[in-house]
Design a protein around this ligand. Sequence first.
Ligand code: C2E
Ligand code: CA
Ligand code: CA
Length: 275
Amino acid sequence: AKEQGKNQYQFFNGKMDQGIMQKTIIETAIYQAIEQREFTLFYQPQLDIATGQMIGMEALIRWHHPQMGLIPPHMFIPVAEETGQIIAIGEWVMEEACRQVKQWNEQTGRALRISVNISPKQFLQEKLVEQITAILKKTNLTADSVDLEITEGVAIFNEQHTIQKLKQLKALGVHISIDDFGTGYSSLSYLRKFPIHRLKIAKVFIDGIAQTEEDQAIVASVIGLAKNLKLRVIAEGVETFQQLQILRSLHCDEIQGYVLGKPLAKEEFEKVYLK
Ligand code: C2E
Ligand code: CA
Ligand code: CA
């Protein structure tokens, strides 16, 4: 984007395809969005099935564009991941999420935990642990109020490096969940070596749980696997009461999904879940 002015003619000489041009436009718009503070967080509750209590919530980013309105993450997170802008965005998300949960816990006297999505590039950046340590200090939040959701994909890059990073995060005291579990890295051997707390069963498996025996078998196996490894297990994308009942009968620990509620802006979330 730096040499954009100089190279603008390139858009017209046919050498750049539309995809690249679009990416450049989005990249520039993201820079502006960071400067103009156009990002905001939505929150979706996570429920302990056994107790019926809300245990925390996932922070999900939205881009509040002045002209286009609310832009969902799949429209810009992949570009931000490619350009490296995800580092700056992720730092903002972490601080905002920590500040928010600290405020909610103080107001309500509860010990809610906030789940924050960490992209592969963010996870691999050198300063991640340092950055989270600084944010916890700044917001005066205890580390165990934070859950980092990482995908299986980060393991592929460099297993040794990943283990080392996870150990540092564990020492810090934050929780780690494997997001979209079952859709990524094919080997399960990493589960023995990674110091993690929770598996998050991908929505694709939950979708079919009430219709197909195969999906129910997969979900039952993942829950069994989690129990054997002494990990917590949460199902995401739970939309119906029937799915919830099946998950309860399979002894799944926690759920998240439209059956409880869609992600909400801060004010709405407070009204619905914290009053
Ligand atoms: P994810 O981490 O797997 O988040 C779950 C997505 O499923 C969210 O979409 C959520 O709104 C949606 N969802 C939750 N329950 C249901 C349900 O019952 N049914 C259906 N159909 N959908 C449900 P969202 O908010 O659009 O986020 C999409 C993805 O964008 C996230 O997937 C995550 O990978 C990424 N993302 C969101 N926020 C952040 C962030 O702050 N940082 C990073 N790096 N990535 C983020
Ligand atoms: Ca997630
Ligand atoms: Ca997920």
